[in-house]
Design a protein around this ligand. Structure first.
Ligand code: ADP
Ligand code: MG
Length: 351
């Protein structure tokens, strides 16, 4: 690979600068500046593939030199040059996104060239990944939006038919319409889950900051799920201490509903919900006596599209949304299997 690179060399020591120039292939186009402010001017004015950056410059010293440049041009590959003494700064620069660091006078030319090339290639791949990510999120949100309106129209039509205002229905017609309605609801849920996942992934989840009474919220959520609990013939045990947190009541209800809906789906006979707190956090614990979390899912359960097998598996979005909402509240959520069988999901929210 002999692709030529455009390198910005930022180095105030003329001797070092000359040596470095001599180490780079002739095909490289090298622009040399001696100060950080000059580097900024150049980078705004011309395309550069990678930067060789001395940390000790007349107008900036140490790690700050790297930070300032990296903050202003986060996608530009930077290879840091140091003297022997400042290893710590170099390692820290690496942690913060420098492509590599080289000790001046101690790196052979091939190492220097490779650091620049790899840095350049890595950034190119990252840029491609970022673009794919952007396109995927755009795709998800556009598709979800466009699926919503026809869905709403179908629902409205079915609901109207079910009122019998357009004429009486036979038992069989009612059954068929019920089937359409239930699947419509499922599809609407799926579309809105997809939208939520896209929003969360794009880091665009906006949360209200109200005082939320968790006990009332839990009760309301349970009420909504009551038909499901009844249908499955489950016993519901609850212990709800009166606790309030700050946050988004709609989103917290959604997170809670996802956890409880899973428990109701998997429970054999019983679901237990406890709301407690200590000095720092409110803790919501949702337990069931079902089969527990399959081994294969223990580590990945909260990732999007991860779901178990069998008829009870849904889209695999519920728990990833829970995680996104809880993260947005600076809380924590995790799952474990109970010693006595069944699964336990714990969600904590800062008080
Ligand atoms: N209470 C539970 N007991 C056992 N397994 C569970 C429980 N909750 C979630 N899981 C497992 O985690 C998977 C992911 O859950 P979730 O993200 O809510 O997706 P979905 O419910 O759409 O399948 C489920 O498919 C199931 O395998
Ligand atoms: Mg679920």
């Amino acid at each position: 690979m002999t692709e030529s690179l455009r390198i910005l060399l930022v180095e105030d020591n003329p001797g070092d600068a000359r040596l470095l120039r001599e180490m780079l292939p002739r095909s490289f186009k090298i622009t040399h500046v001696e100060r950080l402010d000059e580097a900024f001017t150049k980078l705004h004015a011309m395309p550069v593939d990678a930067v060789l950056l001395d940390l000790t410059l007349p107008d900036s010293q140490g790690l700050g030199t790297f930070r300032r440049l990296h903050d202003a041009f986060p996608e530009l590959p930077i290879v840091v040059l140091t003297g022997l003494a400042d290893d710590d700064g170099a390692v820290q620069a690496l942690r913060e996104g420098a492509q590599d660091w080289l000790v001046k006078g101690h790196a052979p030319p091939e190492v220097l060239v490779r650091a620049l090339r790899y840095g350049f290639e890595r950034e190119r791949l990252l840029a491609r990944l970022r673009e794919l990510d952007r396109v995927r999120n755009l795709f998800l949100s556009v598709v979800s939006h466009d699926l919503r309106s026809p869905n709403a129209a179908i629902q409205a039509g079915v609901d109207l038919l079910l009122t019998e205002r357009l004429g009486p229905l036979t038992q069989k017609q009612r059954h068929a319409l019920d089937l359409v309605r239930r699947n419509g609801v499922r599809q609407t849920r799926l579309v809105s889950d997809l939208l939520d996942v896209a929003t969360i992934e794009a880091g665009a989840l906006v949360l209200r900051n109200d005082v939320v009474a968790l006990d009332a919220l839990t009760e309301a959520t349970l009420e909504e799920l009551a038909p499901l609990v009844l249908e499955r013939g489950l016993v519901l045990e609850q212990h709800l201490a009166p606790i309030s947190v700050r946050g988004d009541d709609g989103r917290l209800a959604q997170a809670l509903a996802n956890l409880i809906a899973n428990a109701v789906k998997f429970a054999t006979s019983k679901v237990n919900i406890r709301l407690t707190h200590d000095e720092k956090v409110a803790r919501i614990c949702v337990e069931d006596d079902g089969p527990g979390i399959p081994d294969a899912l223990v580590d990945t359960l909260f990732e999007r599209f991860v779901r178990g097998e069998g008829p009870r598996a849904g889209s695999g979005l519920g728990l990833s949304i829970v995680r996104g909402i809880v993260d947005g509240h600076d809380g924590d959520v995790w799952a474990e299997n109970r010693a006595e069988g069944g699964a336990r999901f714990v969600m904590t929210l800062p008080l």
